[in-house]
Design a binder for this molecule. Structure first.
Ligand SMILES: NC(=O)c1ccc[n+]([C@@H]2O[C@H](COP(=O)([O-])OP(=O)(O)OC[C@H]3O[C@@H](n4cnc5c(N)ncnc54)[C@H](O)[C@@H]3O)[C@@H](O)[C@H]2O)c1
Length: 316
């Protein structure tokens, strides 16, 4: 199979590309290497995670309809994994236009091309943030998600709606994966694990939101990749599926594991919850489990793997 991965130089995209190449698929990566965080990390992911692998890379923006059309025409793609997006809840409050342009209009371009080229399956990244301030835990796919609380979350909810339209009208098979806080080696510098590790190792104070009263289903990147492959192979006519770790971890326990691995205690500044942020995201993962998927990596191992990578990458 030839698989197009948008956001292919991103954290999840690169790991996904590696797994697909290793099982014998061909991959075509599209990424615009934007500077939301240091683009050098994206360059290094492609160079290192995909070292010695064969793949096609296009440095293209998914908002560019013409260039994207050329890629589809040239590459004869079988399936799409659409991960390119402006990510990050807090940043979306500063630049909502950009989030809607990339996440909504960019997705629209891809859906149009997917229909035109009779793509067999269109898998895309949604997010646990669509659950907004829902109080019923764990979050289930059958819960209402009509009250997002950030432009980012609204853009992801919009993506699910766009996909529904195209599955319904054009019978394009689409599956949205609602990712729950993904972490692991080559992770994103704007996310808690990276920020905390960086600050603690440089003896800087870390900001702990909602006074530490937060919990997450942290999901190790390899478990995310195996979930992506599960739904990629399933060709569901239309679905939206949670993908998260199977344990509700308290933020303070998460920080403790980082401290243990760094052999250093964090200086913590307790802060109120930030606008757009939610105190708990806990996933009901029974739907994906029924498809044979199972998360396998606990935070003790996953954080160790991240910190081993961090030390190696930054030569600490
Ligand atoms: N990491 C998480 O915890 C998490 C949680 C929920 C949802 N998601 C979603 O999963 C997807 C992948 O996330 P990630 O953590 O790998 O983030 P990432 O930022 O590392 O990867 C996204 C990639 O998309 C690229 N990109 C952004 N705008 C683009 C554009 N206009 N054209 C082409 N490429 C563009 C970026 O350069 C980046 O390499 C995103 O859609 C994100 O919203 C991630």
């Amino acid at each position: 199979m030839k698989i197009l991965i948008t956001g292919g130089a991103g954290f999840i995209g690169c790991h996904t590309a590696k797994a697909l190449i290793e099982r014998g698929d061909e991959v075509v990566l599209v990424d615009n290497f934007n500077d939301y965080y240091d683009p050098q990390l994206k360059e290094d992911r492609v160079k290192n995670v995909l070292a010695d692998q064969k793949f096609q890379l296009y440095r293209t923006d998914i908002r560019d309809r013409e260039k994207m059309a050329e890629i589809f025409a040239k590459e004869k793609i079988d399936k799409v994994i659409h991960l390119a997006a402006m990510a990050g809840v807090r940043n979306s409050l500063k630049n909502p236009q950009l989030y809607y342009e990339v996440n909504v209009l960019g997705t629209q371009n891809l859906l149009d091309l997917a229909v035109k080229h009779k793509i067999q399956n269109f898998v895309y990244a949604s997010s646990s943030s669509v659950y907004g301030n829902n109080t019923k835990l764990p979050f289930s796919e059958s819960d209402s998600v009509d009250t997002p609380i950030s432009p980012y979350a609204a853009s992801k909810k919009a993506t699910e709606l766009q996909a529904h339209v195209y599955s319904h009208i054009y019978k394009l098979p689409t599956t949205g994966l609602r990712f729950f806080t993904v972490y692991g080696p080559w992770g994103r510098p704007d996310m808690a694990l990276f920020l905390f590790t960086d600050a603690i190792s440089k003896n800087k104070t870390i900001e702990v939101y909602n006074h530490g009263n937060m919990s997450r289903n942290f999901t190790y990147v390899d478990d995310i990749v195996s979930g992506i492959l599960t739904v990629l192979d399933a060709n569901l006519p239309y679905d939206v599926v949670n993908i998260g770790g199977d344990r509700e971890e308290k933020l303070l326990r998460f920080i403790e594991v980082i401290e243990e691995n760094l052999g250093k205690e964090a200086q913590k500044k307790m802060m109120p919850i930030q606008p757009g942020d939610v105190p708990a995201t806990v996933a009901d993962i029974s739907k994906l489990r029924k498809m044979g998927w199972e998360p396998t990596t606990r935070i003790e191992q996953g954080i160790k793997n991240f910190i081993d990578w961090y030390r190696d990458y930054f030569k600490i």
